[in-house]
Design a protein around this ligand. Structure first.
Ligand code: GLU
Length: 480
């Protein structure tokens, strides 16, 4: 068995779509699982729509996801001479022919076919041109395309995902392989490149199934064995429609910017159409590589559920070490314009990451702990203030008085907890009636890390100042 060689072949005509990223990931997983080689080939033959900026975004997205390639990036645009040589060979061997039909002629042929209720298929009229007519038209400089003469035979393959798929040659049009400007059309360029790059497995989206019989016919005509084809299922939105911008972000870069961790994105994308079995959701990179097979890819479409991605990101955030998140959180704080001293952040990140689903949420919560004046009261926080009325203020004042007595060195979670318990007992309060007002004062929310840890992370000066400020503001509100 030759070793596995797979490729990811994006067209740089847009950003890296999550579907493309999933295709790249599956190729990468298959290469890593088999000890094979992943080739990156940028299909930049659409000169009008391909840009270097898009190529850059695609490479950055793959790098962010940890999908590294072994060969390339190669640029398809550089292989024009080989594409043309392959087309010439087909022509010489009578497997392709020059078509002089103009766009207008083809349009009227199409209109006529459709008018008579038949689907349009090129009627091969240029295949019937005699040699002297062809010579005369070439002499006259008439433009021509090159069409592949599709043999009328069965074209079937054992798809790595779907099993046997079969087409009949007579159902395929004699498709164009070379444009009149002598550039190759996608199907020829891909086959020519896949042969030259010795690709053994083509793993790509279901939307390419209709191209595959044409490509297999080209392999046959060029006298080369076709690779294994595996077509991965489409990705749908939660409403069952094809995933599009209507469903929210579809660019990998958008997820990077909203604080999704690359490990979470990779895990999530891997499960779009593949499963490690046993209903497992969180799968490490090493396990994915060990368990990934083409046979385990599902036939049915996959559903992209952003809520699940956030949940998964939350799982990765809570199990990540605070130190490992430092870089991304610092970048986010920088964007938010929050000053921080280095070294201070890790315990703060550790305190909040279990309750966040995105890096942005971590950064927000860190910012509030560095400066509680940033806290915005949410509806539950406000409901607590409204419901407790004067006792909200009384609790804050009692807590602040008791905590002021603690020296800076004793401002530690265990001492803080003991102090709060003693204060609650002294005032005949349930512990929660003392704790919740502190939590709301410091964070605006009724949910956070344990209050003694919150106080420790916010620090003595900032905590005491904030408790008094909120108490003052709330008592002002009560008096008014
Ligand atoms: N450039 C093609 C695309 O982006 C690649 C198709 C293929 O993998 O053959 O859809």
């Amino acid at each position: 068995m030759p070793s596995v060689r797979v490729r990811f072949a994006p067209s740089p005509t847009g950003y890296l779509h999550v579907g493309g990223a999933r295709t790249a990931l599956f190729n990468w997983l298959y290469a890593r699982h088999t000890g094979g080689t992943l080739i990156l080939r940028i299909e930049d033959t659409d000169r009008e729509r391909s840009t270097e900026a898009h190529t850059g975004v695609i490479l950055d997205g793959l790098t962010w996801l940890g999908v590294d390639w072994d060969e390339g990036p190669f640029f398809q645009g550089a292989y024009g001479p080989r594409h043309r040589a392959d087309a010439e060979r087909l022509l010489e061997e009578g497997k392709a022919y020059r078509c002089f039909c103009t766009r207008e002629e083809l349009e009227s042929q199409r209109a006529w076919a459709e008018g008579s209720g038949a689907g349009f298929r090129y009627d091969r009229r240029c295949h019937r041109l005699d040699a002297s007519t062809v010579a005369r038209r070439l002499q006259a400089g008439d433009p021509f395309t090159m069409r592949f003469f599709v043999p009328h035979e069965e074209i079937a393959w054992e798809d790595g995902v779907h099993g046997r798929i079969s087409f009949q040659g007579h159902d395929l049009d004699d498709f164009v392989v070379l444009r009149s400007d002598h550039t190759a059309i996608y199907n020829l360029a891909v086959v020519s490149d896949d042969i030259a790059m010795e690709i053994t497995h083509v793993i790509r989206g279901d939307d390419h199934i209709s191209n595959t019989p044409k490509q297999i016919a080209l392999y046959r005509a060029l006298g080369r064995p076709a690779p294994v084809f595996a077509h991965v299922p489409m990705i749908l939105g939660t409403d069952g429609k094809k995933l599009s911008k209507r469903h929210g972000a579809t660019a990998v870069g958008d997820y990077q910017n909203t604080g999704i961790l690359p490990q979470a994105m990779r895990n999530f994308l891997a499960l779009l159409g593949w499963s490690p079995g046993e209903d497992r959701e969180i799968v490490t990179e090493a396990e994915m590589i060990r368990l990934f097979t083409l046979a385990a890819i599902q036939k049915k479409a996959a559903v992209f559920d952003p809520a699940k991605l956030e949940w998964m990101n939350g799982q990765y955030l809570s199990s990540a070490a605070g130190a490992a998140l430092l870089g991304v959180v610092e970048r986010e704080l920088g964007r938010m314009g929050v000053n921080h001293e280095e070294g201070d952040l890790i315990p703060v990140i550790d305190a909040v990451k279990a309750r966040a689903r995105t890096v942005l949420q971590v950064a927000d919560q860190v910012a509030v702990r560095l400066d509680p004046a940033r806290a915005r009261r949410d509806s539950n926080g406000q409901a607590l203030v409204d419901q407790m009325g004067a006792s909200f203020v009384a609790s804050l004042v009692s807590a602040a008085d008791a905590l002021t007595a603690l020296d800076p060195p004793t401002w530690k979670p265990d001492v803080l907890l003991d102090t709060l318990k003693a204060t609650a007992a002294t005032h005949g309060l349930k512990l929660g009636d003392l704790m919740q007002p502190i939590r709301v004062a410091l964070t605006g929310s009724t949910v956070s890390e344990p209050v003694n840890e919150l106080l420790a992370v916010v620090g003595r000066e900032r905590s005491l100042r904030r408790l008094r400020e909120v108490a003052d503001a709330a008592s002002g509100g009560l008096a008014a």
